[in-house]
Write a protein that binds this ligand. Structure first.
Ligand code: UDP
Length: 373
């Protein structure tokens, strides 16, 4: 059986890496190749190095001032010879990026069966100014097999009349990645300069609040509100240390550096490589973020999360109570952060909740499913 695993951005690489590993273990029955579009370049390569994955095909499509029109057509056009050369039986795509959508179309044209990992997430706003909902819906329409992180995502697909025999609830592969990574970064012979420099700025006597933010919907007033909240949290809680790896987008950098650069107990740092980020998460007391992946990872490390979004395609976490949705309202962010920092009982209860996103066995389930086809 020939597998082609295609991805292009950092979060996709993190969530597909354990699948590549899982197929490698079963190498006797599978020939598995990896193709990267490199829709993101540097951050993707760091993840591949950490997981010791060498792509077989590198389309190297990252360009300055990328736009969705050229990116979509470049992905389809450059995948054509790859698909013709390797002739995979199964093509694996992940999530909701332009790579996901365009690679599904190319795989469909080639006649391969399309497998969608992290299938069935929906916000139901296809007219949103951002393409993710359409990307994941198109991939879902094309896919032959759907690997869903949760029952909620499976139900979304059943509501779109997808046959239940082609859907498998696996948990999210991000937890498989986290298990591998957490073990590796905490093993004795793992040395990392970035982690050493983090250790140097960490104040062991303080409660660590880790912050990340990148979503386009929060650009503008959203980030100004978020920064004002962080400033207030830092000023009201002397025994708190905020560490914020700031996304490189100028629309994020500008408000963050303007408002927060001189606040004494806030450290603004460059974005972290995946292993350092996992390590820093494991050291934190609470996490404030608008990232999808971080919401899924944090409960497995027992860390409460405040999510700076108004809507979410991850309602399971809100239902399970592992995250609190705070939007970008300054008062709400400050209120919930202070509650977690001050109310020990509330904090402890949140740390003990079960992670609705899985148990780290998702990739094993996917491999077994494909073996039985
Ligand atoms: N992450 C990282 N370095 C950072 C911030 C996040 O490696 O400085 C990782 C994090 O562990 C998670 C993933 O990147 O697995 C989330 O990516 P991002 O927030 O960019 O995207 P989203 O999950 O919102 O699509």
């Amino acid at each position: 059986i020939k597998n082609l695993i295609i991805f292009g951005t950092r979060p996709e690489a993190i969530k597909m890496a354990p699948l590549v590993k899982a197929f490698e273990v079963k190498q006797n029955s599978f020939e598995t190749k990896v193709c990267i579009t490199a829709q993101h370049r540097e951050m993707l390569d760091q993840v591949l190095d950490f997981f010791e994955i060498k792509p077989d095909f590198d389309l190297d499509l990252m360009k300055a001032n990328q736009n969705l029109f050229s990116l979509t057509s470049d992905i389809i056009n450059t995948l054509k010879p790859v698909l013709e050369e390797f002739q995979p039986d199964y093509v694996y795509v992940h999530g909701d990026t332009t790579t996901t959508m365009a690679a599904s179309i190319a795989a469909f044209y080639s006649g391969a069966k399309v497998c969608h990992i992290e299938a069935g997430l929906r916000t139901f706003d296809k007219r949103s100014p951002f393409p993710e909902e359409m990307n994941r819906s198109v991939a879902g329409r094309i896919a032959d097999y759907h690997f869903c992180p949760t029952e909620t995502s499976k139900n979304n697909l059943l509501n779109e009349n997808i046959d239940s025999k082609n859907i498998l609830v696996t948990g999210n592969t991000v937890i498989d990645a986290l298990k591998y990574s957490n073990e590796k970064v905490n093993s004795k012979n793992f040395n990392d300069r970035e982690i050493d420099s983090l250790k140097a700025i960490l104040d062991a006597k303080k409660q660590l609040v880790l912050v990340t933010g990148h979503r386009r919907e929060n650009h503008g007033q959203g980030f100004i509100n978020i920064c004002n909240a962080l400033k207030q949290i830092a000023e009201e809680n002397e025994d708190v240390q905020i560490i914020y790896p700031v996304h490189l987008n100028p629309k994020v950098q500008k408000p963050v550096y303007n408002i927060l650069k001189d606040v004494p107990n806030i450290s603004l740092i460059d974005p972290l490589s995946y292993p350092s980020f996992i390590w820093l998460m494991s050291q934190s007391y609470i996490i404030i973020t608008d990232s999808g992946g971080v919401q899924e990872e944090a409960p497995s490390l027992g860390k409460p999360v405040l999510v700076m979004r108004d809507t979410t395609e991850r309602p399971e976490a809100v239902e399970a109570g592992t995250v609190l949705l705070v939007g970008t309202n300054t008062d709400k962010i400050v209120f919930e952060a202070n509650r977690l920092l001050e109310d020990n009982q509330f904090y402890t209860k949140m740390c003990m909740l079960h992670n609705p996103y899985g148990d780290g066995m998702a990739c094993k389930r996917i491999v077994e499913f494909i073996k039985k086809l």
